[in-house]
Design a protein around this ligand. Structure first.
Ligand SMILES: Nc1ncnc2c1ncn2[C@@H]1O[C@H](COP(=O)(O)OP(=O)(O)OP(=O)(O)O)[C@@H](O)[C@H]1O
Ligand SMILES: [Mg+2]
Length: 588
């Protein structure tokens, strides 16, 4: 465990390498400050012994000037290390965030199945901050405390070696007592924090699911769970507060006892002529200097534990290889005629629960293939495998006869357009969101694309038209409006292969009819795969596949499948009946 922590600390410190000048400046300035602190205290001894005690005003003035200069220099070096530490910390956070961001972007889909956005965000935001803290403020505290103690002890030994030795013996004891105590307190506070985050989680869960909670009348149960948490929180906070109230007076008492002992022994040494009054005064100064970092040691120690834990998570993430790696000799350019073939493909998300086994499918260039079937049947999985968001465990997926693993992921995906059920719009304007499909497209191209996808009227009826801000903190667009924008994006991109996964499910039937022409234009001359629950949208497909439990149960065009009176017929007639009943219900 210890070795592991050391390894991690070393790895964190290595991150300061590109900014070694700041790092060196920061360390030198701390050592310098510790030295000047002690020197100042030593000068007070000289003022008393060589000036005041022998009534030599000249010496008093001389040493006072020296004292002034020491403290001026001290302020400068103080400023230097705070400045260097601050800059270094910012740089480290910047570097780490950039590294993480780049790495996360390269990870495969399966990684995102396992990790939530919230988890990733806290790695990027709070963990990097904690890591930078270790390399700056915590290192600063430790180095400062260490040199303070060493340099003070040296000066003390110069004044009186016996007293310095006694101090050197008391010191570890103090460190131990203060440390133990503080660790206990911090432990309690850690409990408080973890309870607090549980409470916050309970809050956010109840709030975001408030409608469901109400619908299921779970309010009472939720309230009871919540009450248990807050009760525990109260007791833990109470204990923590009690302990910390006790801590300072206890440490103060120990310090006072130590000072008393030093005064007593020092007085005796003065009596014997082994020490001066100024020396004793300086001694007391040194002790106070040494003691305050000791009081703080436990806090630094616990902060370090937290930083190490944070670093472990961040390094763990940085060291996670992508499940999907480009081959060394992979082709970096792709353009397809559009033949796609699944050859004996087997695939599972989790071991032992195969989604596809020995799956075969051949799609010809220019063909429009629709995939329908019950939920969980494997439709989205088939589409994801083409784009190589996941790789088959066995078998091959051939694009124009070439294994899709022979292309780089970037090249492969650049020529495949995917429109999803829940499209994502980025923070920015509508125009930027559409342009994402073809960076650098002219405004005319964008307008044409919008006309084809039939989003033109929708967009121009928005208040700011093309410049309407959407996404995280912009206008709330409906799911259907988002799908229209995303469709426009695909039209603009004009990919070789188009995959639409429930892409028009949230668009109302009337608008869907309107955009049908646009979609037809989009499908023309290119291989397209359309996944839809609403069967009216796929009637015109060249071939319809009914996929259930990862198998093609039936295939053919609409008329043939209806004639077959099989799965498709069932699906179609039941949907048709449902729609008709709904329509009649509406009329009544
Ligand atoms: N990311 C994932 N991790 C683990 N299992 C998954 C994942 N995605 C899908 N599955 C599982 O794989 C199977 C096929 O899912 P898939 O999403 O391909 O079905 P689908 O036909 O697209 O369904 P729907 O019509 O509901 O979209 C399901 O049993 C599902 O639970
Ligand atoms: Mg799906």
């Amino acid at each position: 465990m210890k070795d592991k922590s050391t390894g991690i600390i070393i790895r964190i410190l290595k991150l300061t390498k590109p900014h070694w000048k700041l790092f060196a400046g920061f360390i030198i300035a701390i050592i310098f400050t510790a030295f000047l602190d002690s020197l100042g205290t030593y000068i007070t001894k000289l003022i008393i012994d060589e000036g005041i005690m022998v009534e030599n005003l000249e010496k008093v003035i001389y040493y006072c000037k020296l004292f002034g200069i020491t403290y001026l220099l001290n302020s400068i070096s103080f400023f230097t290390f705070i400045y260097c530490a601050g800059r270094l910390g910012e740089w480290m956070q910047f570097d780490l965030r950039e590294k993480l961001f780049n790495h996360i972007q390269e990870l495969s889909f399966s990684f995102f199945d396992r990790s939530s956005t919230g988890w990733l965000l806290s790695r990027i935001s709070s963990d990097t901050e904690k890591m930078a803290d270790l390399a700056t403020w915590m290192l600063l505290d430790s180095i400062w405390a260490f040199f303070n103690i060493i340099i003070s002890l040296i000066f003390m030994a110069i004044i009186n070696i016996k007293l310095a030795l006694i101090m050197a013996l008391i010191l570890p004891l103090l460190v131990l007592i203060a440390g133990k105590f503080k660790i206990h307190i911090l432990g309690e506070y850690r409990k408080v924090r973890s309870l607090n985050s549980k409470i916050t989680a309970a809050f956010s869960e109840s709030f975001s699911g408030v409608k469901i909670v109400k619908a299921l009348t779970r309010e009472k149960t939720n309230l009871r769970d919540f009450g248990g948490l807050t009760g525990e929180m109260y007791h833990t906070s109470y204990r923590a507060a009690w302990l910390s109230a006790f801590f300072l007076p206890a440490v103060q008492l120990i310090i006072t006892l130590a000072l008393g002992a030093i005064l007593w022994f020092g007085g005796w040494q003065i009596e014997l002529g082994f020490m001066t009054i100024g020396g004793l005064r300086a001694f007391i100064g040194f002790i106070t200097f040494m003691l305050w970092p000791i009081q703080d040691l436990a806090r630094v120690f616990s902060g370090m534990q937290q930083s190490i834990a944070a670093a472990e998570r961040v390094f763990g993430l940085l060291d996670t290889p992508s499940d999907i790696q480009d081959k060394f000799e992979a082709m970096e350019d792709a353009s397809y005629k559009g033949d796609i073939e699944f050859k004996n493909v087997s695939f599972s998300y989790k071991k032992d629960s195969p989604v596809l086994s020995n799956f075969n499918l051949s799609i010809k260039a220019g063909e429009t293939v629709a995939i329908v079937g019950p939920t969980g049947g494997g439709k989205t999985t088939i589409a994801s495998l083409i784009s190589r968001y996941y790789e088959p465990e066995e078998g091959q997926i051939l694009m124009d006869g070439v294994d899709n693993r022979d292309y780089t992921q970037k090249a492969l995906q650049s020529r495949i357009g995917v429109v999803l059920q829940k499209p994502h719009l980025f923070s920015g304007t509508i125009r930027e969101n559409i342009e994402y499909g073809k960076p650098g497209a002219s405004f005319d191209e964008i307008i044409n694309a919008a006309k084809t996808a039939n989003s033109y009227n929708m967009i121009t009826s928005l208040k700011n038209k093309w410049d309407e801000i959407v996404g995280e903190d912009g206008t709330m667009l409906s799911q259907g409006q988002k799908q229209l924008i995303s469709l426009t994006r695909a039209v603009l991109a004009s990919p070789d292969i188009l995959i639409m996964d429930e892409a028009t499910s949230a668009i109302d039937t009337l608008t869907e009819k309107d955009i049908q022409k646009g979609i037809e234009a989009l499908l023309e001359d290119r291989t397209s795969i359309i996944i839809a629950h609403r069967l009216s949208t796929i009637k015109d497909a060249d071939r319809i596949l009914v996929v259930e439990n990862g198998k093609i149960k039936e295939e053919g065009d609409h008329t043939k499948l209806l004639k077959n009176r099989g799965h498709y017929y069932e699906l179609y007639t039941s949907q048709f009946r449902r729609e008709r009943t709904a329509a009649i219900g509406l009329l009544e």
